[in-house]
Each structure stands twice: as C-alpha cells, then as structure tokens.
Ligand binder design. Sequence first.
Ligand code: PHE
Length: 444
Amino acid sequence: MKQTEQWTGRLGFILAAAGSAIGLGAIWKFPYVAGTSGGGAFFLLFLLFTIVIGLPLLLAEFTIGRSTQKEAISAYKTIAPGSLWHWIGRLGVGTSFILLSFYSVVGGWILIYLYRAVSGQLMGQPYDALFGAVISDPASAVSAQFLFMLITAWVVARGVQNGIESANKYMMPALFILFLVLMVRSLTLDGAMEGVKFFLWPDFSKLNAEAILYAMGQSFFSLSVGVSVMVTYSSYLAKNENLVRSAGSIVGLNLLVSLFAGLAIFPAVFSLGVEPKAGPGLLFIVLPSVFEQIPFGGVFLLVFLALFLFATLTSAFSLLEIIVASLSKGNEEKRKRLSWVIGLLIFAAGIPSALSYGPLADVHIFGKSIFDAADYLVSNILLPLGALLIAVFVPMKMKREVLQSELQVSSTWGRSLFLLWLFLLRFAAPIAIVVVFVHMLGVF
Ligand code: PHE
C-alpha cells in the first residue's frame, strides 16, 4: 500500500490486521510453547497477558498510527518531534527483520510439507522421522525459505497486500472449519482426555519464571504488538472506523485460533505418545498422523496446509511492510526496490536458522540452537521491550483529546473504560513487563 492509499473500509483493515496477527504464533508456536512450558497454567497466563496487556497495547499502536497517518518511525517523530522516541519505531523495524528471518524458515517447512502432500510423500510415513528428515536437509530447508521470502517480497513490492487480505474473508473461516474437523477427530482419539487435561487444567507447580516470560512473549508475538507493525497498518485506516471494535475482534479471533490449535494438537499428542515438550516440530509431527485417521485425510491435509501457508504469508507481509514503508516513505520506486533488497537480506539473515537443524545443529548460543536463540531474542526480549516503551509513550506523549477522539469516547461508560485503558498502559503493563524481566534474571 502507498502511504496515501487506504484500506477498503473497516473490513479491509480488520482482515489485514487479523491477517498479521493470526499466523504461526497461534497455530504453530502457541501449542509447542504451551507444551514446553507446562500446559494449562501457561494457557491461563497467556490469556491473562493477552487481555490485560496485549489488548491495551494493540489499541495504543492503533491510536499512534491512525492519529498520525504515518509509518512506524515517522509516526513517533510527528508526536514527539526532536526527541529520541522514534527509536521505538527503529527498534520495531529491527525486530521485524530478525523475526521474519526465522519466521520464513518455518514458512519454508510449510512449503515443503505442501510439496510432499501434493506428491504423495506425506501420509503413511512414520511421523517423527518425517519431520526430522524435512528440516535437516539443508538444500530443501534453504530453498523453501528462499521461495517463501520470494512470495513475500513479490507481494509487498507490488503493494497489493490489501487485495490479498480480502481473500482472508474466505480463508479464515475455511481454516476455522478445518480446525474444527481436526479438533473433533483429535478429541475422539483414544486417551484424548489426557491431552485436554494437560492443555487446560492449570497446574501451577509446573510454572517457572521462564514459563511466565514465555507466556508474556507469546501474547505479544501472536497479536503482532511491540514492533509497531500495527502502527503502520492503522496509518492506512480511515478516520471514522472504530478502533476498539477492531482490536476486540482481532484479540478474540486470535485467542480462538490458539484454543482450537491446542485442542486439535494436545489430545493427539497424548494419544500418539508424542512428547508434549517436542519443541518447534510439535505441530508438524502430529498433523499428518491425525489427518491419516480421517476419511479423505490426504485431501483435508492438503487444504489445511494451503490455508496455514496463507495465514503465515499474511503475517510475513506485515513484517516486511513495516520495514519497507518506514524506509521508502511513500516513494513508489523506492518501495519496489527496497522490497526486493530487504527481502533478500532477510533471507540471507535467516539461512543460519534454516541450517540450525542440519549442518549447524551443533552451534549453540546461550545453550540454544540458532533458530531458538533468534526466536528467544525476539519473543522474550525485543517484543517485551518494544511493548514497554509503547506503553510508556502513549499516556505520556499523546494528548488526551487525541486519544479520546481516536477511540471515540463519548458516554460515561466509555470514559470509564478509557481510564481503565490508560491505567493498564501506564501502570499494569510496565510493571508486569519489568517484574517478569527482573524475575527472569533471577533477582527474586
Ligand atoms: N502475529 C504473527 C503471528 O502470530 C507474527 C508477528 C509478530 C507478525 C509481530 C507481525 C509482528 O504469526
């Protein structure tokens, strides 16, 4: 989108913002992090962080973007000229770069699965060996990641995300339906209830400081907040659209997809005897085996992968968009060139992550694989840091009248909610983020 171009109404915007939010975070990352971080108690915390901090932050990013109608870096410059606050935007651009570098690796895995599904090399294979084979082959991991970035750069260079997001109108409901099918099958497998219990029954003895940090990071990651992506997207939004309602639907949809993903995966994990702590491969390991037990499972799996790829791409578009928009500032020629150049740089930066399950498997950073380290840096350090700064910035630097008019506060009920929102931003979010950080460092 050009800076001057606007979404086609509220639906276009919600679809784009929901498209950015719903992606690997809810479908792939949430189940595996819940698996490694203790199940039910993690889910409860994630829910809490999403509603108490994630939702207010999403609204905060919306008000910054729409009130200035500028992309991530200029938006902060417009509100607080001559100050250092625009570094929040720069931090977001840098974070998006690293995020997309490993995000595209997982996008590549989906492409490989899709290719295998089409050529009949997916079903009937031993599930655990299959995933290992897919990700450890360096040539296919890197070329699939390349293809994923190629599609992303192509769409962003043409500035046609808006048109593509409209397809979300059909893709999203279709994804919901397939998740329902998957969930029903998974829940009716032998021993499924063990999985439901693991996923939903909060056992706080399984929670440690790291799990709390993961729950917070996951809530930011899956809502796309903390990186000013939502600032950029809402800058293309017309003045009369209702931000609160949009934010509410995005959070609701995102939570629902996460819940569906958990209920589709954990019963199957327990029924098949897969280790819930299997890590980033969890979804990919379980998926083919569940579809195998459904009539016409091969076809369903193919459609599921196509929809999953689509959801992942719409998030990737938003990540490349924020970088390109902030550097090209509405210049069409620059936008095209930058999309390709940055797309290529992100691909290159992601190669070590793509190889970290193959030739670079022995390289560890702070005890984590390259892929896990990049994810940890983004989800558990940079996103919370960005979120903290935005939470401080909005109540401190933006005028109350502007905020009130952006959020269309009119009734007394509206005013109370507005005050609650400010309170959550000003106090709850910063305190929670700092406390979780400090706790994590082992200070108390
Ligand atoms: N929310 C996206 C997902 O869950 C990832 C993302 C994070 C996109 C931050 C943009 C910004 O897949």
